[in-house]
Design a protein around this ligand. Structure first.
Ligand code: IMP
Length: 457
C-alpha cells in the first residue's frame, strides 16, 4: 500500500545569533544593593540617605520595624523603622516591597512623625504582597521568648518572627487582602481562631476579633492609597535604566540561612534577599556595597567571637553611643572580625565596602582585628556553621596602631591620619574588597567618597 504523505511542514529554522559581548553601550548598570555586612546597625540609614538622592527609587526588601535607621540632617534627627531612608528626597519613589513585614500602626505613626519634621516627602508605594504584622504576632513573640527561658533569642519583640512563621505556614495576611475590608474580615476570622489557640497554650490572653478588626480597618483605610503593584514598577524602572537603590535592613549574620542560626532574624537581609523580596531577577542586581563598622556590634543573644565585654567594649559603646534605635538596648561591642567580613563580602558579591564609625575609634590606641579563628585544633579562616563551633572560637588577632586625632571633620582621604589610612588598607587587603565610602560621623557631610565608580556601576 502506498504510504500517505502527511503534510507536515518543517518548522522554521531558528537561527541563533549570539549577542555581541564586545558591545558595552546597551549595558545599563543602574541597580545597587546596600547591605549590612555584619550584625546590623552598621549605619545603613545614613548611607542610604546620602546616596538616596542619586536614585529614582529606594526600596526596602526585607524585615519590618525590627530595623532602626537614624538619619541626621539639617539639625534634625529622623528615626526610621519601616520607611526607606529615601523618603526624605522629594524626587524619589520609596517602595516597601513584598518581602517585608509591615506593622500598619507603626508605619502610620512613622509617616506622621516624619511629616511633622519635614513637610515635603517623596512618594510612597507598598506592595500588595507584603505581609501585615498584627498585635497577635507581637504577643506571640513575647510569649515565645519568655517560654525559651535561658535559650531566648533576644528578639526585638516586634512580632516579626511570628509573622514570617505565618507566612511560611501559609496563613499570613498580605497587604492586598488587608486593604479590602471584606476579604480582611474573612481572613482574620480564619487566622485569629488558630492564633488564639496558640496564645492560650502559651499562657496569654486571647485577642478579641471585633476590637482588632475595627482598629485595623481604620489603618487599612489610610494605607490603601499607597498599596499597588510594585514588582512591575520596579521591573520597568530597571528596563529603562533608572537608578534603583535596594536598602537592606539588619545584617548578613542575622540572615535566616547565612547567619548564626538560630540567633538570627526570620528574613533575608543579604543581597540575594533583594531579588526574593522585590521580584527583580539576579542579573538585574548590578552592584552591591556592604556597610560595615570599623569595629563590630551585635544586639540580642548569639555568637559574637570578637566581643569585648570589658573596658574596651565599654569605651567603644560610650564613644559610639551604641544603644539600639529600636529597643534602646545597649549593643554588645567588640573588635572588627575580618574572617566574618570577608565571608560577608563573598556571600553578598560585594563590589565595595562602606566603612562607617571610623571616628568612634579615636583614642583606642591599640586596635585588634581578627584574622583567623582557632576552634581548638589550629587556625581556620572560614565561618563554622553550628552554634557549638561558634562558641568554641578563639579569635586570633593582629594589632594595628590607633589614632588620637579627631577625624570627624576630614573631607578627603588625604585629611586622614596615616594610621586611619593603614587601618582601611588592611581591611581592603584582607577582604579583597576596596573601600568605596568612609563615614566619619552621623551627618550627611561627614562622608568621604573614595570610589564613585564603585557606587553606580
Ligand atoms: P527579630 O528580628 O526581632 O526576630 O530578632 C532576631 C534577632 O535579630 C535579635 O538578636 C535582634 O536583636 C536582631 N535584630 C533584629 N533587627 C535588628 C536590627 O535592625 N539591627 C540589629 N539587630 C537586629
Amino acid at each position: 500500500m502506498p504510504q500517505k504523505h502527511l503534510n507536515i511542514k518543517a518548522p522554521p529554522v531558528f537561527i541563533f545569533e549570539p549577542p555581541d559581548r564586545s558591545k558595552k553601550e546597551n549595558t545599563i548598570m543602574s541597580t545597587l544593593v546596600i547591605v549590612g555586612a555584619q550584625w546590623g546597625d552598621e549605619a545603613k540609614g545614613k548611607i542610604v540617605d546620602v546616596l538616596g538622592n542619586q536614585a529614582s527609587y529606594v526600596v526596602r526588601y526585607s524585615g519590618g520595624n525590627n530595623a532602626g535607621h537614624t538619619v541626621i540632617t539639617g539639625g534634625k534627627t529622623f528615626k526610621f523603622h519601616l520607611l526607606p531612608a529615601g523618603i526624605l528626597h522629594t524626587n524619589t519613589l520609596s517602595i516597601l516591597a513584598g518581602g517585608m513585614a509591615i506593622c500598619p500602626k507603626a508605619l502610620l505613626e512613622e509617616i506622621d512623625r516624619t511629616r511633622e519634621l519635614q513637610a515635603d516627602l517623596g512618594a510612597l508605594k507598598i506592595s500588595p504582597a507584603a505581609h501585615v504584622v498584627f498585635p497577635y504576632h507581637r504577643l506571640v513573640d513575647q510569649l515565645e521568648e519568655a517560654a525559651r527561658g535561658d535559650n531566648k533569642i533576644g528578639t526585638t519583640s516586634r512580632g516579626i518572627g511570628p509573622m514570617y512563621t505565618d507566612k511560611v505556614q501559609r496563613i499570613g495576611i498580605r497587604m492586598g487582602e488587608f486593604v479590602n475590608p471584606e476579604i480582611f474580615r474573612e481572613r482574620l476570622h480564619q487566622v485569629l481562631e488558630f492564633k488564639n489557640r496558640l496564645i492560650s497554650l502559651l499562657g496569654g490572653e486571647p485577642v478579641k476579633f471585633e476590637d482588632l478588626y475595627d482598629e485595623y480597618c481604620g489603618y487599612a483605610e489610610r494605607l490603601k492609597p499607597f498599596v499597588s503593584d510594585t514588582e512591575s514598577v520596579l521591573q520597568e524602572a530597571v528596563r529603562r535604566g533608572d537608578r534603583v537603590l535596594f536598602e537592606g535592613a539588619q545584617g548578613t549574620f542575622l540572615d535566616l540561612d547565612h547567619g548564626t542560626y538560630p540567633y538570627v532574624t526570620s528574613s533575608h537581609p543579604t543581597a540575594g534577599g533583594a531579588c526574593l523580596g522585590t521580584g527583580i531577577g539576579p542579573r538585574d542586581i548590578h552592584n552591591a556595597l556592604g556597610v560595615c563598622k570599623a569595629y563590630a556590634t551585635r544586639v540580642g543573644e548569639g555568637p559574637f567571637p570578637t566581643e569585648q565585654d570589658n573596658e574596651i567594649g565599654h569605651q567603644i559603646r560610650e564613644q559610639g553611643h551604641e544603644y539600639g534605635t529600636t529597643t534602646g538596648r545597649p549593643r554588645r561591642c567588640g573588635w572588627l572580625d575580618l574572617v566574618a567580613l570577608r565571608h560577608s563580602a563573598r556571600l553578598n558579591s560585594l563590589s565595595g565596602l562602606i566603612i562607617t564609625r571610623l571616628d568612634t575609634l579615636v583614642n583606642v590606641m591599640e586596635l585588634n582585628v581578627c584574622t583567623s579563628y582557632d576552634l581548638g585544633n589550629g587556625p581556620v579562616d572560614y565561618l563554622p556553621a553550628t552554634t557549638d563551633e561558634w562558641s568554641r572560637i578563639q579569635p586570633q588577632y593582629q594589632t594595628l596602631p590607633g589614632w588620637s586625632e579627631d577625624i570627624s571633620g576630614a573631607k578627603s582621604w588625604d585629611d586622614l591620619p596615616i594610621n586611619v589610612q593603614n587601618y582601611v588598607r588592611f581591611i581592603e587587603e584582607y577582604t579583597g574588597t576596596p573601600a568605596a565610602i568612609l563615614s566619619i560621623g552621623p551627618d550627611r557631610d561627614q562622608t568621604i567618597i573614595l570610589r564613585p565608580d564603585l557606587i553606580w556601576a
